[in-house]
Design a protein around this ligand. Structure first.
Ligand code: C5P
Length: 215
């Protein structure tokens, strides 16, 4: 069928997941957290002691995981507890995995395949509006200062000390923005929202009015 995608991109901890879940609830959309797939690949690489900067080996692992989980199943797999995928070693490894062109190409195909089977969906990530669905009718780019983002994450998840979380956020942003393939960037036609001074409800209400206007 013809599917409509709402694309939500932005740096780490900018509020993508909480706002997407709220939008999905309001409009009855399926929701996909694309970063989770990169985290699963990084997690499995660490578990199997595959060096995360070895493009050939990590791509081989990616193919194995796709085969084992019957293609799109990897995107929605519930085998992995969220706290495992959000642990520090995975945070450190994930950007290395996500910069491998052959891995991105495979994850991109899986996401497109998944979206085809949805009537309407909201997908969050780094390259959804720029690379994966460049013609999506509604795109958002959420940002906030690194300090605000780190503070929110510390409060929400007890994710470690503020200093460590801030360091992780800054390091991943730099890695994600500077990679050669599909670097993190706002699509030209994305609605940019700086969420630094806004509550979750305020962000969600801006996003939902934009969906009603454009979608
Ligand atoms: O969204 P989340 O913080 O869970 O993403 C984890 C990592 O996965 C990001 O830092 C980025 O390196 C990678 N990612 C990506 N493209 C996406 C989603 C996530 O490169 N569409």
């Amino acid at each position: 069928g013809v599917s409509t995608v709402i694309a939500v991109d932005g740096p780490a901890a900018a509020g993508k997941t909480s706002t997407c879940l709220a939008l999905a609830e309001i409009f009855g959309l399926r929701y996909l957290e694309s970063g989770r797939t990169y985290r699963i690949i990084a997690f499995e690489a660490l578990r199997r002691e595959i060096p995360v900067d070895n493009a050939r080996e990590v791509t081989g692992l990616c193919d194995d995981l796709i085969r084992e989980s019957r293609s799109a199943g990897l995107l929605t797999s519930e085998r992995y507890a969220p706290d495992k995928l959000r642990a520090t070693p995975v945070n450190v490894a994930v950007s290395a995995v996500a910069k491998i062109a052959d891995v991105r190409q495979r994850v991109t195909s899986l996401i497109r395949l998944w979206a085809k089977s949805q009537a309407q969906c909201v997908i969050e990530g780094r390259d959804i509006g720029t690379t994966i669905f460049p013609t999506a009718p509604v795109k958002f780019y959420l940002t906030a200062t690194p300090e605000v983002r780190a503070m929110r994450r510390v409060r929400q998840e007890r994710a470690g000390s503020y200093e460590n979380v801030l360091e992780d956020v800054i390091r991943r942003d730099e890695a994600d923005m500077s990679r050669a393939v599909s670097p993190l960037a706002a699509a030209e036609d994305a609605i940019r929202i700086d969420t630094s001074g806004l509550t979750l409800d305020q962000v969600v209400s801006r996003m939902s009015s934009a969906c009603l206007n454009r979608g």
